[in-house]
Design a protein around this ligand. Structure first.
Ligand code: GUN
Length: 300
């Protein structure tokens, strides 16, 4: 059984991206720059944003930090996005989700310049992805593909079962895997799927993105399947300094006995999301400068 370490792979991706960013800076006398916008005090969002900024610092990517209280109006947030769109030094704009309920997430997503949309959430980028055109691709699904590629797991002709239909993971994941360069047969399951186990059981590759602990159990998984766990669930745990433990959507202990390969939580898909965000920021900077990213070494 192979443990697919996103932690190890993200260290490789980050080192490669750091090298590319150094060459970018030599050529354009500036670093790629990511604007990170956080609204409110959701603890998970604060942790993610902190990790993203730390990664920028490790890699030589400049970051612009913007924080708002949760009572900011939608108009104020949209003005902030418009300013960042107009700022020539900003290559990437990330507005951490979820946003407070009084703010329309789609309106904010649509306000971001698609060329700076390093999350790949803008309808234009999602549309291009579906059409197989070059676009900025959502970081988590992109990170999942990078794990499969790194560990030599082919998707050609494979049955892939995605559990979860979110705009951030499930939908773009399905779009990527059904493209001509991936050739997977994709099934997307969700909360209204009848007999989920019957779909999961026939899959060669299972991708769980539900947001629910133990949603995928060993009895549902085929012997030798590859299992990718996108879930990051916080479970209260008084023995931990933070007061919680991180658990995925997959019953790791039992599913790992049947799988041929599996991602752990933590240390699986999570670190890859941040690695891909750094790579997308570099890519957006290159495209904005009219440069070919491959001129900076490596294939991205
Ligand atoms: N919230 C959970 N995942 C993400 C992500 O990848 N990007 C943003 N902006 N917010 C998120």
């Amino acid at each position: 059984m192979l443990i697919l370490s996103g932690k190890d792979l993200s260290a490789i991706v980050k080192a490669e991206t750091a090298g590319k960013c150094r060459l970018f800076e030599n050529r354009f006398s500036r670093k790629p720059c990511l604007a990170v916008v956080l609204v409110g005090t959701d603890p998970a969002s604060q942790t993610y944003v902190r990790s993203k900024k730390k990664a920028c610092e490790e890699l030589g990517i400049a970051h612009l930090d913007i924080e708002f209280a949760s009572d900011i109006t939608q108009t104020q947030l949209l003005e902030c996005v418009a300013d960042l769109n107009a700022n020539p030094l900003v290559d990437g704009i990330l507005v951490q989700m979820p946003l407070p309920r009084h703010i329309d997430e789609l309106a904010v997503t649509e306000a971001i310049d698609p060329a700076k949309d390093v999350d790949g959430f803008h309808p234009q980028n999602i549309g291009k992805l579906l059409l197989g055109q070059r676009s900025l691709v959502a970081c988590t699904p992109k990170g999942v593909l990078r794990i499969l590629d790194h560990y030599g797991i082919q998707t050609d002709g494979k049955d892939v079962c995605i559990i979860g239909r979110s705009n951030i993971v499930g939908k773009p994941m399905a779009a990527l895997l059904m493209q001509r360069d991936r050739n997977a047969t994709v099934t997307v399951c969700h909360s209204r799927t009848k007999d989920l186990a019957s779909y999961v059981r026939r899959a060669d590759i299972v991708i769980a993105a539900v947001g629910c602990v133990n949603a995928i159990t060993a009895d549902m998984v085929k012997d030798g399947a590859v299992v990718i766990d996108v879930g990051i669930n916080r479970i209260p745990d008084p023995t931990k300094k933070t007061g919680f433990a991180l658990k995925g959507d997959v019953d790791y202990e039992n599913v790992s006995k049947k799988a041929s390969a599996i991602t752990p939580v933590p240390g699986g898909v999570g670190p890859m999301t941040i690695g891909m965000l750094m790579e997308n920021t570099f890519l957006a900077a290159c495209y904005r400068e009219g440069a070919d990213p491959s001129e900076f070494g490596g294939a991205v």
